[in-house]
Write a protein that binds this ligand. Structure first.
Ligand code: SF4
Length: 302
């Protein structure tokens, strides 16, 4: 085994194939609503990094139904498969916590749902939010996804992340303190302008040291209607080539222990708004080539 993939992790945990379905809880972010800024993170799309999520105007039951049909159409019918209700867009612990908790509970109780995944920011985990997540953990499997992206200070400022890295460390601890079962995932971006290999691997090391249970590595995508697109078009940086990205992923995997769950190794930019790197548009090809490359180049850590 080169690495512990999320599908293997779900199979171990639930004994069946599990798919994530992306839902929209109707949230915003403190970096968008004026609390910590208005433009959002520099790379983030208009949909709050949830370009594949269900339609936000629909009630949650409908979103779940629609998202399940989408997965089934894409993968073919998978009898006995279960789903993780993934609150993906924007910051899903930011807003009226009673409303959010009601949505999480509704999702957890829906037919075929094996657990709930909540994407959020480390600075949006106040006590009432943690209490609500702790209650949810008693009902179902819960995964909380934290957008760390990088630990390089220059990059943090450039992407307008607007929280200190120490906040991320504390968030991982706080989440583990509320439940032994909780699964904390860290989102990291490779290829941020000006970052070196050392910077990217340092971010991976940092998340491991902080105690993350899972890692999601995404390649920086330049998407339409973002400030990052303007910098890209003005020639301020170049995107990573496929070869360089594969090399970085292989190096990252060689420092990630086998107990850590790998949730993703490629980016997931929607084709219709993707500006660069265009080699990522053919996801199947990238996935196959990456697997081949990793088989040849990764010596797994025990
Ligand atoms: S916090 Fe997340 S969803 Fe919000 S602007 Fe930043 S990347 Fe986008």
């Amino acid at each position: 085994m080169l690495y512990r993939s999320v599908s293997d992790f779900y199979k171990e945990k639930f004994g069946c194939k599990v798919y994530k379905i992306s839902l929209d809880a109707g949230c915003t972010c403190p970096t968008r609503d004026g609390t910590k800024g208005t433009g959002g993170c520099i790379f983030c799309s208009q949909s709050g990094s949830g370009d594949f999520a269900a339609e936000r105007s629909l009630p949650l039951e409908k979103q779940i139904e629609q998202a399940k049909l989408k997965v089934q159409a894409k993968t073919g019918k998978s009898p006995g498969a279960k789903f993780i209700a993934y609150f993906q867009n924007f910051t899903n612990t930011y807003g009226d916590i009673n409303r959010l908790e009601a949505l999480w509970n509704k999702a957890a109780e829906a037919d075929g749902i094996a657990g709930v995944a909540i994407a959020t920011r480390p600075d949006c985990l106040e006590a009432p939010v943690l209490e609500a997540i702790a209650r949810l953990c008693k009902k179902t499997f819960v995964s909380v996804e934290l957008g760390l992206q990088t630990t390089n200070q220059k990059s943090i400022e450039y992407i307008r992340r607007n929280y200190e890295t120490s906040e991320y460390n504390k968030a991982v601890q706080k989440l583990h303190a509320i439940s032994k079962e909780i699964h904390v995932v860290t989102h990291i971006i490779f290829g941020l302008p000006g970052e070196t290999e050392k910077d990217m691997l340092e971010t991976v090391r940092h998340s491991l040291k902080a105690g993350t249970d899972g890692i999601k590595i995404a390649l920086l995508h330049v998407l339409e209607n973002t400030d990052l697109a303007e910098d890209y078009r003005n020639g301020k940086f170049e995107c990573l080539s496929m070869e360089k990205y594969f090399e970085l992923v292989a190096k990252a995997l060689s420092i990630i222990p086998q107990n850590i769950v790998i949730h993703r190794l490629t980016g997931d930019g929607a084709k219709k708004i993707l500006i660069a790197p265009l080699w990522t548009a053919d996801k199947k090809h990238v996935h196959n080539e990456l697997e081949k490359y990793l088989l040849k180049n990764v010596k797994p850590m025990i």
